[in-house]
Design a protein around this ligand. Structure first.
Ligand code: TXA
Ligand code: MG
Length: 328
């Protein structure tokens, strides 16, 4: 058992840089969610990410780089569409899957011959990349399968005792993870819906893009798993979450937490607060939480994807079905 660390929350970029260059892991802010970062070229440091999160080794990590100008250092073939997208959305919440170069160790990519590359927009992360001069591997800073943290305090709740520092960059601006898009075979595919929508992508590259999330099912491997991390179960609170048509059916039940989006004015606002609201409800000790899906367009696709996975298949249940399944 590794010894327990005294985890400190800091705003010091220099500390973050030092930790990374010493081969340690550190949690840091991105514009989407907080990441658990390490030098991507240091295999031992990357190993610490998997161990700390209890993440299975088959689930590869995103490599964060400073600028699109550096992409060819890490990726073998970079099609023109990537540059078009980068011009518009990078730095920002979009991750490109490309053929990898040897400089990226196999442990980062789970032995795949592809690598996920993202250029993060958060100014603190940008400063760290500029000072470290190494690519930085970082998954979301939560225990595997759990809710992604969107502020330093939520990272602390997930990972305290497991790392020296959490870099505090305030609440994440977007709240939902990057769109993961693959360029490694004939069709361009969105492997994970995210902040940048399919429509925006198609408009930019003037090509058809396939959203594969509904086809890839883990377990019943009738369909291809395009992205090893694209599991059906993910982003979960400890309290069971149920998707239902009308959360207000439960408003008189004191043991049910309502994930209520009616206080928000836009899908963007819902995205920003989704994980932190779920976490708050999770901490309140309800028997279960209920939520309803949002309009399935634009960023609503990514919100619904996270909700479905958080609900672990308990989707579209009526009031009595939920009560019945809780009593069992
Ligand atoms: O916004 C984000 O993307 C955040 C911040 C921290 O950058 N990161 C994030 O990382 O969400 P993570 O590890 O929680 O999710 C990365 C996803 C996983 O589903 C993983 O399987 C997929 O990207 N992925 C990574 N490398 C891949 C590859 N070579 N091929 C296919 N999928 C890949
Ligand atoms: Mg994650």
């Amino acid at each position: 058992m590794p010894s327990k660390k005294r985890t400190k929350i800091t705003k010091s970029i220099n500390i973050a840089v030092k930790e990374i260059l010493q081969g340690n892991i550190i949690a840091l802010p991105t514009e989407t969610v907080y990441g658990l970062a390490a030098d991507a070229t240091n295999e031992e440091a990357v190993l610490k990410i998997y161990e700390t999160k209890k993440r299975p080794f088959f689930d590869p990590l995103i490599v964060h780089i400073r600028s699109i100008k550096d992409i060819k250092k890490y990726a073998e073939e970079v099609p023109p569409e990537v540059y078009k997208l980068a011009e518009k959305f990078s730095p920002g919440p979009i991750t490109y899957i490309l053929k990898k170069k040897k400089i990226i160790p196999d442990i980062v990519t789970s032995g795949l011959n592809t690598v996920a590359i993202r250029i993060p927009a958060h100014p603190m992360f940008q400063k760290i990349l500029a000072k470290c001069k190494v690519p930085i591997a970082a998954p979301s800073a939560n225990m595997f399968g759990r809710l992604s943290p969107t502020c330093a305090e939520d990272v602390y709740k997930e990972l305290k005792g497991k790392l020296n520092y959490i870099l505090n960059g305030g609440h994440c601006e977007l709240g939902i993870e990057s769109t993961v898009i693959s360029f490694v075979d004939d069709n361009i595919k969105i492997l994970r819906p995210g902040y940048i929508t399919k429509k925006e992508i198609q408009k930019t590259i003037k090509k058809k893009v396939i959203l594969v999330r509904n086809k890839a099912r883990h377990g019943k491997s009738k369909f291809t798993i395009y992205s090893p991390g694209m599991l059906k179960i993910h982003y979960s609170p400890a309290t069971p979450l149920y998707i239902t048509d009308n959360i207000y059916d439960f408003k008189d039940q004191s043991n049910v937490g309502l994930l209520d989006f009616s206080k928000y004015e836009s899908l963007n606002e819902i995205a920003i607060n989704l994980f932190s609201d779920l976490r708050k409800l999770d901490e309140e000790g309800y028997a279960y939480i209920v939520a309803s899906k949002v309009k399935d367009s634009g960023i609503g696709v990514a919100i619904n994807d996270r909700l479905e996975k958080a609900a672990r298949g308990r989707v579209k249940m009526g009031k009595w079905e939920i009560k019945f399944s809780i009593k069992k």
